[in-house]
Design a protein around this ligand. Structure first.
Ligand SMILES: [Mg+2]
Length: 186
């Protein structure tokens, strides 16, 4: 019988790292506590694929190759703290291109499902914008928002209040909530 994995999909900018939009790849700062939180999810049996929109690639700030290289360095740093990220599942387009891969479409999530045998209904999405939460609604999982990045804007919180499963101060706070819920559901 095939075993399916549960996952906590993670947005990158504003959720794991600052700033919310990348202009230069050397200015990314890891939000305190992020790597430790990912390690906790991994220890509880969750895969942690990163789903990210980097429209600055379309704008010519940096190339997809340069972004992939940056992500590799980021994952190596994360692994030193026991945090294992998958991906990145990347949309490099502009919003106005109306591509099929940008969140809240489920295209990138389905790519991860095919590669990693994920059960979406047991999975979560965490991000700092309403589209991150809407993605979870679209794939049939649970959506959580962090108040880091764009998440501290009251308008964003208002938009997701009724559909988010949880809104937390930061990734550590949301992960604490997920792991508590996970314990109750075992
Ligand atoms: Mg974000």
């Amino acid at each position: 019988m095939k075993i399916f994995n549960k996952a906590v999909f993670l947005d990158l900018n504003g959720t794991l790292v600052e700033p919310v939009q990348v202009n230069r790849l050397d200015e990314l700062n890891i939000i305190p506590g992020s790597l430790e939180s990912i390690a906790k999810l991994n220890n509880a049996g969750y895969l942690t694929p990163v789903i990210t929109v980097q429209s600055r690639i379309a704008k010519g700030y940096f190339t997809s190759e340069e972004f992939y290289h940056w992500f590799k360095l980021f994952t190596e740093r994360a692994e030193q703290q026991g945090a294992y990220l998958q991906g990145p599942y990347l949309c490099p387009h502009l919003v106005r291109e109306k591509c099929k891969c940008a969140k809240p479409h489920t295209f990138l999530f389905n790519q991860a499902v095919d590669k990693l045998d994920i059960d979406l209904y047991k999975s979560y999405m965490i991000g700092d914008t309403p589209v991150d939460v809407f993605s979870a609604v679209n794939f049939g999982g649970r959506g959580c928002m962090v108040k880091t990045g764009w998440g501290h804007f009251r308008g964003n919180i208002e938009q997701v209040k009724l559909i988010a499963d949880y809104i937390g101060d930061n990734l550590s706070d949301v992960v604490r909530w997920i792991l508590e819920k996970n314990k109750q559901e075992l």
